[in-house]
Design a protein around this ligand. Structure first.
Ligand code: DHB
Ligand code: MG
Length: 209
């Protein structure tokens, strides 16, 4: 975190529920890469400002962002969370259940592309998306999100700076190229109105027109 980010985090009281999830995630030998606290608060705000009843996240990790999203849902709202690894989904399910959101969040395990195809076949529609999974998949996840979006839906994606690799010309690996392509689409696609926040590891926010 930068000094500025640290200063801002210091203004907020400790969020016991989310800190417990972060600790339980690390204790389960999972990486400590949940979304930044400031962006977690933004997820909750965006979900509540848009009266979201149906949300989708791609990449559950330990359930941290799931709780941030679920906190903003309207009464009776639901979050579908796609997670590649069954062991991560188990930890996430346990964490969100302990946090009191077990009923609102439903997990789909396996390759997100298969789950997204199933959701399209079922005719599901969402008002909010959070993309925070394998970075190589970002361009295709964005296309799926647009297909599954209700008009006016919000699409948020984490880590669009890849700890600086995105802006380092010497980095040309598949994840970096995929995120650059994702960013180009987010900014230029006529189906979207978008912005990108440069704080923490970068966050893209788009509205489907
Ligand atoms: C990293 C951080 C993330 O939030 C993520 O989704 C993937 C990787 C990282 O810092 O390595
Ligand atoms: Mg992330």
């Amino acid at each position: 975190m930068t000094n500025e980010e640290q200063y801002i985090e210091g203004l907020f009281e400790r969020d016991d529920m989310l800190e417990r999830i972060r600790e339980a995630t690390v204790a389960a030998d999972m990486p400590d890469i949940a979304v930044a606290q400031g962006y977690g608060r933004l997820l909750t705000m965006l979900v509540s400002m848009n009266n979201v009843t149906n949300a989708l996240e791609i990449g559950a990790l330990g359930g941290y962002s799931g709780v941030c999203i679920a906190r903003g849902l309207k009464q009776g709202g639901r979050l579908t969370s796609l997670e590649l690894l069954p062991q991560f989904a188990e930890v996430a399910k346990r964490n969100v259940t302990e946090a009191g959101f077990g009923e609102q969040i439903q997990y789909m395990i396996g390759d997100a592309k298969n789950s997204l195809e199933q959701l399209i076949e079922r005719g599901e529609r969402y008002q909010f998306f959070f993309i925070d999974a394998d970075k190589e998949g970002y361009p295709i996840y964005l296309e799926y999100a647009i297909k599954l979006a209700e008009p006016g839906a919000i699409i948020v994606a984490d880590n669009i700076l890849l700890r600086g690799r995105t802006i380092n010309d010497n980095k040309q690996g598949p994840a970096v190229q995929a995120v650059r392509s994702f960013n180009h689409t987010i900014v230029n696609d006529p189906r979207l109105q978008s912005t990108i926040l440069p704080g923490y590891d970068g966050l893209a926010i788009a509205r489907v027109l």
